[in-house]
Design a protein around this ligand. Structure first.
Ligand code: G4P
Length: 542
């Protein structure tokens, strides 16, 4: 059977989240190796191998060895197709990560066993919680001395607020790491690195109480049996319903570097992770061209199995391949099937175009998408008209909810070195803002361009790209803005009064939204107190 429904049911859309250095890149590499997509470990980040990295497209990333952009990698595993969406490792690009998380159906959290739950993991987990994203957990670096596994589980439960169901249990750690015990299947997987084990391959043994297990574990045997008995008595069993609801996470121990425990994780992942999930979309009157001006009809749940195609753009990326010099809009298909050459409605603009050069992504390879179905990601060539959050469909007028824009926390004024390049600067800044690389604000009172960012590296990325792609040389000046809030109000008259009163602190962002730029939190609080009928928003949907 190869019906559309069947193909959709096989899709798994995943993002890996972790604190930097926990091992996200290493595990990505191993997953791709298992999925037979890269031959040589080290190609994902190109760290020591000096190879061109599969997911590092931009020269700035290569220089810094950080992953600025998100990439999409598709690989098959056990009759399922995994679409792995990479997320930037550096927290300065966290906004990108949040958007990627809106496009996946489940996530894998990698925790460094020696460090436990770290700061960035907490933040990412909070984003996952907004959508109750089901979560697998991998406790990494068992080949090193890690913290007490029971303590680690307690920490995940208390700090991240999610119940843990250990699926396997480590037999020792660091130099004494002997392997893993599968708590549900009652089987042992012995680590090939153990000196007393001759062959390089891991050995699987059925039953902790078998003679073979007793023999191989020797002096350790009794102690490990006791520990496992305690764990079995004290911990929750995996409950798929609780996992799908985002209430419980199955926990796997292993070492990504030695590729030990990763296959077992992937086997379970494709089995238990959800197929493409339903999404909420606003529907608009289909007879009106532009979605913004069309009357809003009731929201509806879009189910992946629907025949009609629809999806939304979660990421725009420029110049993935310097030879192509184009921009790609990454579209997550939410329902139906995409066929090359089909007509798509760009819901925000109301334009319908025939798309015959959409791309699919095979571990960073850009190839033409044949047929892609719900759960897949396709790349649309973007010549400037596509924004993050835009919906495309085979006809229906839709707008997907929940693709966030976060108020920036850092602000700088752009200083143009060559005044004759003003036009190019405006164009470049507008396009980079559309891509979501940063946010731009145009104050009402002058012609400045203010750049807003979440992390300092975003500023560097912007000047780098303006120079490389638009031939504009510019720098920054400090500006006395600390916070930004999008403002709106029910009553046009009140809003107009507010506009007059706070004229000098107001700006328009790239999407045309009125924004209050506060020199300090005190100013913001005062403005909010004095204007109770005006709403101040720290986030806005695309
Ligand atoms: P990230 O993407 O989450 O930032 O982490 P990454 O995979 O780059 O891993 C961070 C460091 O941790 C790397 O070492 C990597 O080799 C190491 N690592 C990952 N998994 C394991 C593991 O299971 N065991 C051990 N012992 N180390 C692991 P590095 O020295 O920073 O990089 P490299 O020089 O090895 O490339």
């Amino acid at each position: 059977m190869n019906s559309l429904q069947d193909r959709i049911a096989r899709r798994r859309v995943l993002a890996i989240i972790s604190h930097p250095d926990a091992g996200k890149t290493t595990i990505t590499e191993k997953l791709l190796l298992l999925g037979d997509h890269i031959q040589i470990a080290g190609t994902v980040k190109g760290r020591k191998t000096g190879r061109m990295a599969a997911s590092d497209w931009m020269s700035m990333e290569r220089q810094r060895g950080i992953s600025v952009s998100s990439s999409v990698m598709q690989f098959p595993w056990r009759e399922r197709v995994v679409n792995l969406l990479d997320t930037p490792g550096h927290e300065d690009f966290s906004e990108d990560t949040y958007r990627v998380l809106t496009a996946v159906d489940s996530a894998l959290m990698v925790v460094d066993g020696a460090k436990g739950v770290e700061e960035r993991t907490v933040k990412l987990m909070n984003v996952c919680r907004l959508r109750d994203t089901p979560l697998f957990t991998f406790v990494n670096k068992l080949d090193r001395d890690i913290r007490d596994p029971v303590e680690l589980l307690d920490e995940i439960e208390s700090v991240l607020g999610i119940a843990c169901a250990p699926v396997n249990w480590p037999l020792g750690m660091g130099r004494e790491f002997r392997g893993l015990y599968d708590l549900a299947k009652d089987s042992l997987l012995l680590f090939p690195g153990m000196q007393w084990q001759k062959a390089g391959a891991a050995e699987r043994i059925a039953g902790l109480h078998s003679d073979r297990a007793r023999d191989l574990l020797g002096n350790w045997y009794e102690q490990l049996c006791e520990e496992i008995e305690l764990v079995l008595g004290a911990s929750e069993r995996f409950d798929r319903g609780a996992y799908l609801a985002g209430k419980q996470t199955p926990v796997y121990f292993g070492t990504a570097l030695a590729n030990f425990g990763v296959r077992e994780l992937l086997d379970d992942f494709v089995e238990f992770a959800p197929p493409p999930r339903r999404r909420i979309a606003e529907t608009r009157d289909v007879s009106v061209k532009k979605a913004e001006t069309a009357a809003t009809l009731p929201s509806r749940e879009v189910s992946a199995e629907e025949e009609n195609f629809c999806g939304f753009v979660f990421k725009i990326q420029a110049n993935m391949d310097p030879k192509h010099r184009d921009r790609i809009a990454f579209l997550r298909i939410c329902a139906g099937e995409f066929r090359q050459g089909m007509k798509l409605r760009h819901c925000r603009t109301g334009k319908t175009t025939r798309v015959s050069d959409a791309l699919s992504f095979m571990a960073g390879d850009r190839s033409l998408a044949g047929n892609a179905v719900a759960g897949d990601i396709i790349g649309l060539h973007n010549h400037g008209g596509i924004h993050v959050g835009d919906a495309f469909s085979s006809g229906e007028n839709l707008k997907f909810r929940g693709i966030p824009h976060f108020a920036p926390e850092l602000f700088r004024r752009i200083r143009l070195r060559d005044p004759l390049k003003w036009k190019q600067l405006q164009k470049g800044v507008a396009q980079l803002a559309e891509e979501g690389s940063m946010q731009v604000f145009m104050p009402l009172r002058n012609n400045d361009l203010l750049i807003g960012a979440i992390g300092v590296l975003q500023f560097e990325l912007v000047t780098h790209r303006l120079r490389e792609e638009y031939g504009v040389d510019c720098g920054y000046e400090p500006v006395s803005v600390r916070l930004a809030r999008w403002v709106d109000g029910e009553d046009a008259k009140t809003l107009e009064q507010f506009r007059r009163k706070y004229h000098d602190n107001l700006a328009i962002d790239a999407g045309g939204h009125l924004t209050y730029l506060a020199p300090s939190r005190v100013n913001l609080n005062l403005a909010m107190e004095k204007s109770p009928d005006v709403a101040f928003h720290a986030t806005r949907e695309h």
